[in-house]
Design a protein around this ligand. Structure first.
Ligand code: SAH
Ligand code: SF4
Ligand code: F3S
Length: 463
């Protein structure tokens, strides 16, 4: 099924509203401040909103106190993320008292849950604008209404659309995010994302290539292709491996990454593309979630631990120097000590270079939240601590193989805690610290690894 695209007329209307707001601004340029929670998708959405605001004549504020417009772009992946938002939106009440002209807005995944959005609107009557994840392209019109004194609450139930041609203000740095698809169809039983981000929909290959060419021209060394499950990208039959090869061929691009891959859809074609494309970084984020087949089944992940190990072998055999990172959830409903031991065992054998670990957080409306035998918080906490201890050991142990290793890093900055050291990553995301002068930042240098730390390596510049 082909996704719906927001039509030209609607995008033109957004631009018309942008122009009207800009023309109506009096005095100096107003300042905006965006606080973003959650994943790269949200970071990237915030870049789009920043792009629209800047075309309207707004400029970035250093902090919330100096802002005329504050936006919270929210996440609801775990309860903790939601509580943080309620707390932080509460704090701006005082700013509003001191500056009644301040406009405040809340958007993103958490607001896409209508009831939560209503609760927030009621509790914080000073919030002027609330919108969900399907309304990005009408942001200029909504802001215009608020500027004229209105209050806007816009949360539309929708499978989601694709809006091309919106302005974009990328965060600086080395890496540029490029969306290749939106939404998710997987309905892992613990996960809220399919409910708040709509159905899977892929951008057209040509639109993606054009955007990558543009960011390369703007000077970005690295491109990160984004999707909840990039392995199910499909634009009229063009699948992810083919897209990856096409992006890889763009002249001037130095590093190409992508996120996230679902193990059930990782194909041999993708592994070959990774092995053969010289700009594709030898790194993959491959969330395993659990090492117990019983739990994986209840999670609706649709692979087994045996299959996962097969994938690790396939990747390591084909892609030189590849490093693999993962996500793990502990304390999923019904998880027994034995299930958890299976996860620890998987971690000991898998040789991950890093892992993001989470205590299971029930999300209203998902299947797992309704399951019997929810695990007590204290047990989740205790398992999380044990898992992190095993990870620490395994990650540190893995670093030793890098002693004497020679590779290229892209220098990202200078760390001035202690003796000043430049730092930058190898293609496989391993961080290396080296001595050198700050004018090398932004460049690429060849290094030899001479030592290890917990999460990083130490080396010297050679050649
Ligand atoms: N689309 C990506 C990840 C999305 S969310 C993927 O499929 O891999 C990022 C991570 O948050 C997930 O990999 C999972 O480990 C964690 N997560 C998602 N829902 C959660 C929940 N209800 N409780 C705890 N962790 C959760
Ligand atoms: Fe959530 Fe699963 Fe989709 Fe990832 S693949 S976003 S974990 S439902
Ligand atoms: Fe991302 Fe959080 Fe939404 S992880 S997709 S911002 S729920």
């Amino acid at each position: 099924m082909q996704p719906n695209f927001v039509d030209e007329k609607a995008i033109n209307e957004a631009y018309a509203a942008i122009n009207r707001v800009r023309a109506s601004l009096k005095g100096g340029a107003p300042h905006y401040y965006i606080e973003t929670y959650g994943c790269q998708m949200n970071e990237h959405d915030s870049e789009k909103i920043a792009g629209m605001l800047e075309q309207m004549g707004y400029i970035p504020a250093e902090n919330k106190v100096d802002a005329d417009f504050i936006l919270f772009n929210t996440c609801c992946i775990r309860e903790h993320a939601e509580l943080k938002t309620f707390g932080n939106v509460g704090f701006i009440k005082e700013l509003k008292v001191n500056n009644p002209a301040l406009i405040t807005a809340v958007c993103g995944c958490m607001m896409q849950q209508r009831q939560t959005a209503q609760r927030l609107a009621k509790r914080f009557p000073y919030v002027d604008l609330i919108f969900g994840t399907n309304e990005l392209h009408i942001f200029p019109q909504m802001l215009e209404t608020v500027i004229h004194g209105g209050r806007v609450f816009e949360v539309k139930d929708s499978d989601g659309e694709i809006a091309e041609r919106l302005p974009l203000k990328r965060k600086g740095g080395f890496s540029a995010f490029v969306n290749i698809m939106y939404g998710c169809n997987n309905f892992c039983s613990y996960c809220i994302v399919p409910y708040v981000r709509g159905r899977e929909r892929s951008r057209h290959v040509e639109d993606i290539l054009e955007e990558v060419r543009k960011v390369v021209d703007e000077g970005f060394a690295e491109v990160m292709l984004l999707g909840q499950n990039v392995n199910s990208y499909n634009d009229n039959g063009v699948r992810f491996p083919e897209l990856l090869r096409a992006v890889n061929d763009i002249t001037g691009l130095r590093r190409l990454r992508f996120m996230t891959s679902h193990p059930k859809d990782l194909s041999p074609e993708l592994v070959s593309a990774m092995a053969e494309c010289e700009n594709v970084c030898p790194h993959i984020h491959l969330p395993v979630q659990s090492g117990s087949n019983r739990i994986l089944e209840l999670m609706n992940r649709r692979y087994t631990r045996e299959h996962y190990f097969t994938l690790l072998d396939m990747l390591r055999n084909a892609v030189r120097d590849i490093e693999i990172t993962t996500d793990i959830i502990v304390g999923f409903p019904t998880e027994t000590e034995q299930d958890f031991e299976d996860t620890l065992d998987l971690v000991r054998r898998a040789r991950f270079s890093a892992a993001y670990t989470f205590a299971y957080s029930p999300r209203e409306g998902t299947r797992a939240a309704k399951m019997d035998c929810q695990i007590e918080e204290a047990v989740k906490k205790e398992r999380l601590a044990r898992l992190n201890a095993v990870l620490l050991e395994s990650v540190t142990g893995n670093n030793d193989k890098y002693l004497g290793y020679v590779g290229d890093i892209l220098i990202e900055g200078l760390d001035t805690r202690g003796e000043p050291m430049l730092f930058g990553k190898l293609g496989n995301l391993k961080m290396v610290y080296v001595k050198g002068s700050p004018d090398m930042i932004g460049g690429s240098v060849r290094v030899k690894v001479t030592g290890t730390r917990f999460n990083s390596l130490v080396g010297e510049i050679i050649g």
